[in-house]
Each structure stands twice: as structure tokens, then as C-alpha cells.
Design a protein around this ligand. Structure first.
Ligand code: A3P
Length: 295
């Protein structure tokens, strides 16, 4: 008989309020604590995304802004300690023990987020990315991230993604849920594509939201050290320090291509059209436009 930690257990998911989570790094108890007991502080800054939308990029940007463009912190402390994912079992402990002002990352859908956030002045930065690129990035990530099930054939995984049958649920629900907060002054949103197009201008906007303007040299420091090349070389954010039981980087890497529009190389015309149809259905009525929307 297979032991508790046999290979199947390794990739098992459980459901929490209708959303799948991999058992290896999440627990029902941890999610309940995050939702109901976690004490959000007014000076907390949350880096929130649907997975594969630029989480670690934004985390690096926020860390560098915090350090006035000085890369020392980013080069000496792993990103998961600087801005822990508080819904993971280990991240919750870290988030609780980190000193204020805390930087906290999360992929949680809004309905599972810490309730105390909604009575606080804490800030959320929500980063979105073209969902076709999110899907392609996730397809590759699922092949190297051991807590996730093997994605199988792309076509089959695409169907699951579009139905929201993946960890963290539907991209559409995540985006619609979080964007419901867009009129609140403690909520800021930006896209991966804007970061790509104008990193400096984006950092300036982020600084303005945080109420932390930077001088030109500090801004240079943020932009230089948050580039894809700089991040690839920094072992504190390129996941080369991640244990092998979590990430198998022999096939692909966490910082894979770092471009916008890779979906064009990976999806067939039929897959893309099907995606567009579901996107239109799901997003209709939402008074928002994104860089990837057709004019
Ligand atoms: P790709 O798989 O398309 O390369 P997350 O951090 O939310 O898991 O997202 C990971 C994606 O963001 C990966 O996309 C990764 O390469 C990309 N990324 C991370 N840092 C980046 C940077 N500095 N510039 C551009 N893309 C970056």
C-alpha cells in the first residue's frame, strides 16, 4: 500500500469553498486562518495576482521600491521571505512574523482573502496579464511545479483552464472578483503588458500609489534590478534556491521567457478563437479594457 506521502499524495488537490489547492503546500486549516483570523495591518502592502501573471516581478519591484532602489535586500533574502505567499502553510508563518511594514503576496480569489483587509487601510496591488499568456505560462509551470498535477496535452489542459478547473479556480472569476474593488483608493491595478512596455513609468505610478516617490537614481535602481535579465541572474528571485521536491528546473525554468504574446507560438488558430469566444462571454458587461483587448 502507498504511504501517506506516496507519489499520489504528492500531487493531490483538496477543495476549499469550491477552489482547488494542492495539498503539498496548502491546508484547509491554513486557509481558514488566513480568511478569518489573519490580522491585516494598515501599513501592509499586498501583491495580488492570478498565478503566472507577474507575481514575482511585482514582488521584486515592490521590494526594490521599499529599499529605495538599493538591491542589497533583494540579493540577500529570498523573495518568498521578503513577500511571503500568506495562503501557503509556511508563508502564513512568515507573514505573521515579518516586521512591519509587511509585503505579502497572494493568489487568493477575493472571496477567500483575509476578512480583516476589508476593514483596513492596507494596500492591494493587483497585476493582470493576457490570459492566453497566463495559460501558456501555467502550462509550462505545471510541468515543473511538483505540487501540481501533470497538465497532459495542451488542448485538454486548455479546456480545464477555461472551465476554472485548476488551482486557484477560474481566471475570469479571479479578475472579475478583484476588479470589483477598482474604485477603492487602497486598490491599484496594472498589467504585465504595461510593465513590459514602460517599466519606469509603471514604477512611478506604483510609487505614487504607495505614497513613496523616488528620486531618479533610486528609480534607476528599481528598473535595472527588476529587469528579466537581472532577475534571472539573482538566485534570491530566480528560484534556483527552491528545493527539488517543489520545483524541477531541469526541464524549464520559473523565469521562462518573460515576454508578452508567447501564446501566438503555442496556441492554434482554433484554440485561440475558442479562447476569444469564452473570454467575450465571461467578460461581457465589464466596463474595462485591457492592453490585449482588440480595439
Ligand atoms: P513566462 O512563463 O511567460 O516566462 P508569476 O510570478 O506570477 O508566477 O509569473 C511568472 C511569469 O512572469 C513567467 O512568465 C516569468 O518569466 C515572468 N516574469 C517574471 N519576472 C519577469 C520580468 N522581470 N520580466 C518579464 N517577465 C517576468
Amino acid at each position: 500500500m502507498e504511504g501517506v506521502w506516496g507519489p499520489r499524495m504528492f500531487k493531490e488537490y483538496f477543495q476549499y469553498k469550491g477552489i482547488s489547492f494542492p495539498r503539498l503546500i496548502y491546508s484547509e486549516q491554513g486557509l481558514r486562518e488566513v480568511e478569518n483570523e489573519f490580522q491585516v495591518q494598515d501599513d501592509d502592502v499586498f501583491n495580488v495576482t492570478y498565478q503566472k501573471s507577474g507575481t514575482v516581478w511585482m514582488l521584486e519591484i515592490l521590494s526594490l521600491i521599499h529599499s529605495n532602489g538599493d538591491p542589497s535586500w533583494c540579493r540577500t533574502v529570498p523573495n518568498w521571505d521578503r513577500g511571503p505567499w500568506y495562503e501557503t502553510v509556511l508563508g502564513l508563518q512568515k507573514a505573521r512574523s515579518n516586521q512591519a511594514p509587511r509585503l505579502i503576496s497572494s493568489h487568493l480569489p477575493v472571496q477567500l482573502f483575509a476578512k480583516s483587509f476589508f476593514q483596513s487601510k492596507a494596500k492591494v496591488l493587483y497585476t493582470l496579464r493576457n490570459p492566453k499568456d497566463v495559460f501558456v505560462s501555467l502550462y509550462h509551470f505545471a510541468q515543473i511545479f511538483r505540487p501540481y498535477k501533470e497538465p497532459g496535452q495542451l488542448d485538454q489542459f486548455l479546456e480545464q483552464f477555461l472551465e476554472g478547473d485548476v488551482p486557484f479556480g477560474s481566471w475570469f472569476d479571479h479578475v472579475k472578483g478583484w476588479m470589483g474593488l477598482r474604485d477603492q483608493e487602497n486598490f491599484f491595478w496594472i498589467t504585465y503588458e504595461e510593465l513590459q512596455q514602460d517599466l519606469r513609468g509603471s514604477v512611478e505610478r506604483i510609487c505614487q500609489f504607495l505614497g513613496k516617490p523616488l528620486e531618479a537614481r533610486a528609480l534607476d535602481g528599481v528598473v535595472e534590478n527588476a529587469s528579466f535579465q537581472a532577475m534571472k541572474q539573482n538566485k534570491m528571485c530566480n528560484f534556483s534556491l527552491a528545493p527539488g521536491f517543489l520545483l524541477d528546473q531541469t526541464q524549464s525554468s520559473f523565469l521562462r521567457k518573460g515576454i508578452a504574446g508567447d501564446w501566438k507560438n503555442q496556441l492554434t488558430a482554433a484554440q485561440s478563437e475558442n479562447f476569444d469566444r469564452i473570454y467575450r462571454e465571461q467578460m461581457q458587461g465589464l466596463d474595462l479594457s485591457f492592453p490585449w483587448d482588440e480595439p
